[in-house]
Design a binder for this molecule. Structure first.
Ligand code: PLP
Length: 376
């Protein structure tokens, strides 16, 4: 059995919750989605939560109701899943990439320089679950009259200064994909304190239709069908009851790794400061330059030992689609981050024995390849 870098945990309560919906009258557009939304809003500490069939759809919704259109720009990070930028491009807007810090989060010191008259929003990503410098970013957004839309897909349950990630931006997005800290299979949500955005998001996910009375309804704006099913929402509600336990387990695994790797010379790890709590969606290790060349061999050797590592992320601008659109790009830290990063298994189905096996094997493999370095 492979130990994946992240995976879901499903128990009998989750199964019962789903089966109950399957036996009920409404598989979709019933009561589960609304109940899940109330619970999410309470958990994060915001007024509204609007569920979608995926975080990608939630991003499209947030960008759309923010009024993003042809010719607009967003400032975002190259170290993210492509959806963060893709959904802006799909509306004709341009993602302007701003370089990252050594922890993979957008460097707030560079953001202001990327602002142009076309900029509409700043879109940071809480890489691996570690919060971005949200107060600074919010202050920059405020000063330049920009929206702050947080792609918090990794960070459900994370917090900074005791405040949940997702409660500080104009709109924040979480993903409930199976590998994320809480899952509905596929799913996502936008959270916001803004009543107008919330109403528009609800309309947008459901054909742009407003129900009036009896058979009378009106489609006032373009919309799609991006709704979450009640089956998925029931799973999410059941998972939400255990999400704090999930994240505690992830933190126990991460703390074990931190301890094992604290004097390691061949790679570093990303520190979570005292004032933050991370969902630990990822546990990235950053390989020293001497290991950049044998990284492929290290990756394969770990997979051969059934350790499911992954690399997060190829900078978005390096994808063919983006190179065709905007030409070749290169950002100093993002490139280095991509060369160094390796995400090792860290999730709530792991035991400390699994973590010990991962740590032992990883140390053995990186030390085996260390002699080779980058000399040819
Ligand atoms: C997973 C992820 C998404 C997309 O989420 P889906 O629910 O799979 O659509 C968007 N942004 C980031 C940063 C992600 O990690």
């Amino acid at each position: 059995m492979i130990i994946p870098y992240s995976t879901q945990s499903i128990d009998d309560d989750d199964i019962d919750a789903v089966v109950n919906v399957l036996k009920s009258s409404h598989l979709t557009q019933g009561k589960e989605v609304a109940a899940f939304e109330e619970e999410i809003a309470a958990y994060i500490g915001v007024k509204h939560a609007i569920c979608f069939n995926a975080a990608t759809s939630a991003l499209l919704g947030a960008y759309t109701v923010a009024g993003l259109k042809e010719g607009d720009e967003i400032i975002t990070t190259p170290i993210s899943f492509v959806a963060t930028a893709n959904m802006a491009v799909s509306l004709g807007a341009r993602p302007v990439f701003s370089d990252v810090r050594l922890d993979g989060n957008i460097d707030e010191r560079f953001v202001e320089r990327a602002i142009t008259p076309q900029t509409k929003a700043i879109v940071p990503v809480d890489f691996g679950g570690k919060s971005v410098a949200i107060d600074t970013l919010r202050e920059i957004a405020h000063r330049h009259d920009l929206l702050l839309i947080e792609d918090a897909a990794h960070a459900f349950g994370s917090s900074i200064d005791g405040k949940k990630v997702g409660s500080s931006a104009d709109m924040s997005i979480f993903s409930f994909h199976a590998i994320k800290p809480l899952t509905t299979g596929e799913g996502g949500v936008v959270v916001t304190d803004d009543d107008a955005y919330a109403e528009k998001l609800r309309r947008f996910r459901s054909h742009g239709i407003i129900k009036k009375q009896l058979w009378n309804s009106d489609m006032s704006e373009m919309g799609y069908n991006l709704r979450m099913t009640d089956i998925a929402a029931a799973l999410g509600r059941s998972q939400l009851k255990r999400v704090d336990t999930f994240i505690n387990i992830r933190n126990e695994i991460a703390a074990y790794y931190d301890e094992r790797f604290k004097s390691e010379k061949l790679f570093t790890t990303i520190e979570i400061p005292e004032n933050m709590y991370s969902s630990r969606h990822l546990y990235p290790i950053m390989l020293e330059p001497a290991l950049h060349c044998p990284k492929e061999d290290i990756f394969v050797a770990l997979q051969d030992k059934k350790i499911g590592v992954q690399v997060h992320y190829k900078p978005i601008y390096k994808n063919t689609f983006y190179e065709k659109l905007y030409g070749r790009g290169s950002m100093f830290i993002a490139e280095d981050f991509y060369r160094s990063e390796l995400s090792i298994p860290c999730h709530h189905k792991m035991t400390l024995d699994d973590a010990k096996f991962v740590a032992d094997t990883l140390l053995e493999i990186v030390h085996k390849y260390a002699y080779r370095g980058c000399s040819f």
